[in-house]
Design a protein around this ligand. Structure first.
Ligand code: DAU
Length: 371
């Protein structure tokens, strides 16, 4: 998403805040790090003074909040980390935005001597964002926007049929999804209580290059390369809706610029797969690319103890964003998976670097003795 915004909007100033914890990696943005409209700040959203410093220094008039602990298995091992980053961190970011934007609006109002433009969201009113987003405004008021990126996991689990819509009640089942649900509520509450202009999107499972190999697809690609077992949880019949990461970035771009204030948009791939079928497709593509005898990688499949509280099925109804903003996925699953595998095969050094050290410790803790 950062790459898309930096390259597509050279007139924006993009400030990328990242704590660079275990899954963060500056290598991922090497190709744009010298772009004149790009600034990197190593910063943890739990650090309030630093957050306030960044808001005061750059006066951003848009925030796209993707900072989160995102792996369900880690949330089961360590729930509090998720409360801190996803809940407390989000509230810190909301507070910093609210404080700065109130100050900016007050100063702008004083300068323009117009006092009829309070900092309030306008629900259901289409609000194109000013193209000079991120430019510091001194005499005109730019309506700021807090865009919170969330997950379909807040809706809980589906049975064999049905889809998550924007009206599906929240029903989270893991510490991760509970923390994301709480953060979504806080964003909405800051809109209701303080008039902070916001928009939220809830997306299904992403996959693609640069993905940290703890999630199903990159973990299994790495294990096939290493000829290690492929640990399928439970009966392998859990279902997820997969979306190529670039299609998610394109959706974020649309919601940020054309989304309606105070609204939620579901984003999904219209692409449901049972885990075991996905893993077999992955094995097939890997065998072809590695020149293996057909069936070689499938032999690595090992059914292991299930994830506690494992949601049976997720599937997104993305018709709202499709109808209102004209978004739809552009990359088929076979094509996206093939591109993803190629990226990992071409970037074995990257994979080696991110799977050394702490990763080994996590892997042992997560997978040892679960056969
Ligand atoms: O639905 C959106 C969510 O998708 C995001 O909000 C989360 O940040 C992201 O982690 C993802 O959650 P999942 O739990 O669905 O993704 P994960 O890749 O961990 O697992 C996908 C499926 O594969 C799930 O049914 C569990 C299963 N699985 C996963 C791993 C890591 C296995 O069978 N074995 C594994 O080793």
């Amino acid at each position: 998403m950062v790459r898309l915004f930096v390259t597509k909007y050279p007139h924006y100033k993009i400030i990328n805040l990242d704590a660079l914890t275990y899954a963060g990696n500056l290598e991922n943005l090497k190709d744009i790090e010298d772009a004149p409209n790009y600034i990197f700040e190593k910063l943890n959203i739990l650090d309030v003074p630093e957050l306030e410093r960044v808001f005061e220094q750059y006066h951003p008039d848009g925030v796209i909040h993707l900072a989160a602990e995102s792996h369900v298995d880690r949330s089961i091992l360590s729930p509090l980390d998720f409360v801190y980053t996803n809940v407390v961190g989000t509230v810190n970011l909301l507070n910093a935005a609210k404080k700065q934007w109130k100050t900016d609006v007050t100063q702008s109002l004083a300068k323009s001597s117009s006092n009829d433009k309070p900092l309030t969201p306008q629900p259901s009113t289409p609000k194109p964002i000013n193209p000079s987003t991120f430019a510091q405004q001194s005499s005109t008021i730019v309506q700021p926007l807090f865009y919170h990126i969330s997950t379909d996991e807040v809706y809980g689990a589906l049975g064999e049929t049905g889809l998550f819509t924007e009206e599906t009640p929240y029903d989270p089942n893991s510490p991760y999804s509970a923390s994301k649900a709480a953060s979504d509520h806080f964003v909405r509450v800051y809109g209701e209580t303080f008039g902070l202009p916001f928009v939220i999107s809830n997306c299904s499972n992403n996959y693609g290059p640069n993905h940290f190999p703890e999630k199903l697809i990159p973990l299994f690609i790495n294990n096939i390369i290493q000829k290690q077992p492929l640990p399928v949880y439970g009966d392998g019949l859990y279902t997820r809706d997969w979306l190529f990461v670039k299609d998610h970035a394109a959706a974020i771009d649309l919601v940020f610029h054309n989304g309606k204030m105070g609204e939620t948009y579901n984003i999904g791939g219209f692409n449901e797969w049972e885990n075991i079928d996905l893993v077999k497709l992955l094995c097939k593509q890997m065998d072809e690319k590695l020149g293996n005898y057909p069936g070689t990688s499938e032999k690595l499949i090992t059914y292991i103890k299930d994830r506690p509280g494992h949601d049976r099925r997720y599937a997104i109804d993305a018709s709202k964003i499709n109808k209102e903003l004209g978004w739809e996925p552009t990359v088929t699953f076979e094509e996206g998976l093939s591109q993803t595998i190629d990226w990992y095969l071409e970037n074995k050094e990257w994979l080696k670097n991110v799977t050394s050290g702490a990763y080994q410790h996590y892997y042992q803790e997560q997978y040892a003795e679960k056969d």
